[in-house]
Design a protein around this ligand. Structure first.
Ligand code: NAP
Length: 287
């Protein structure tokens, strides 16, 4: 029951009415018996500063931040955690002791999904398809976990090369990072040694469910861990094809709910039941 003492959490973005976070966050809150409520608040770009300042005034306990505010919000916060600083994007604000802290939980959300399946990227050869915003969080997660190598497979190598140079300039790490056109033979050779392939492109997402990145599946070894961060549909063409080639598969529900569960923990100090949150997400997607 919502009472006068109920604490408020929210996601801000524009538009934000399509967000599934209220569905699975409230399911997590109910299951933990916590006195919180999670809602969605549309905030226009030119009102972001007011909205963030209003958090303190209104006593809002925490927020998720989504498009288009993930970068712009940083200048209104009191401190920024390492992942958010590295990615230049905040997806979570924690309000505590009069201070607003910006965090990024996408990295832990991505890694947690694989770890729960018993797969660790440490020392592994990894292929990441696409080099956009989500790919950056994934690349940073793989660098932090000390993958042996990360090969980006993309349609536009020049753009991906900028991502390679960004991370190369920021870190002193033994992880080898390179970018290839995914139609080149050099990329197909990299597929042969890959132990993890992550699709971060929207290819295959509803409604264009027949699409997938054009990779040479005959070069992929059985047993490779195939991770598609898309969650609509639950089994993309990429995951179906991976299964036919003997790969282990995981879809994007794990990352979506995982990042939300990490935010939940930062706000409440409680680890929610992710299975209950995933079930709530699936029920909402069915509707
Ligand atoms: P983004 O920043 O726009 O990056 C998309 C990447 O995919 C870019 O490298 C882009 O290449 C490539 N791409 C897009 N359309 C393509 C096409 N038709 N053919 C080949 N490559 C194409 O998007 P994002 O934020 O990274 O999100 C990407 C996907 O991840 C979306 O489907 C999103 O729903 C999903 N996602 C899931 C989660 C989760 O929690 N599960 C979190 C974030 C995102 P160019 O640079 O050449 O355009």
């Amino acid at each position: 029951m919502i009472t006068g003492k109920t604490k408020v959490l929210a996601v801000i973005g524009h538009p934000v009415g399509h967000s599934l976070s209220p569905v699975f966050q409230n399911a997590g809150i109910r299951a933990c018996g916590l006195d919180y409520v999670y809602t969605a608040m549309p905030v226009e770009e030119n009102r972001l500063q007011e909205a963030v300042q209003g958090m303190k005034a209104l006593g809002i306990a925490g927020m998720n931040v989504t498009i288009p505010h993930k970068q712009a919000v940083m200048e209104y916060l009191d401190d920024i955690d390492e992942d958010a600083r590295m990615l230049g994007a905040v997806n979570t604000i924690v309000s505590k002791d009069g201070k607003l802290s910006g965090c990024n939980t996408d990295v832990k959300g991505f890694l947690g999904g694989m770890q729960e399946q018993g797969f660790s990227p440490r020392g592994k050869h990894c292929v990441v398809l696409g080099a956009g915003g989500a790919a950056r969080a994934i690349i940073w997660g793989l660098i932090k976990e000390q993958a042996a190598s990360i090969v980006l497979g993309v349609r536009n190598v020049e753009k991906a090369q900028q991502v390679v140079e960004y991370f190369a300039g920021k870190i002193q790490s033994s992880v080898s990072l390179s970018a290839f056109d995914w139609s080149d033979e050099g990329f197909a050779e990299k597929l042969e040694g890959a132990q993890l392939i992550v699709n971060t492109t929207p290819l295959g997402m509803y409604p264009k469910t027949d699409a997938m990145p054009p990779i040479a599946w005959s070069r992929v070894s059985p047993g490779t861990f195939a991770y598609d961060i898309i969650y609509t549909p639950a089994e993309t063409m990429f995951l179906k094809t991976a299964a036919l080639h003997g790969c282990q598969g995981l879809n994007g529900e794990a990352m979506l709910v995982g990042q939300g569960a990490e935010s939940f923990f930062l706000w409440t100090g409680v680890r929610p039941d992710k299975e209950i949150m995933i079930q709530a997400l699936r029920d909402a997607l069915k509707e």
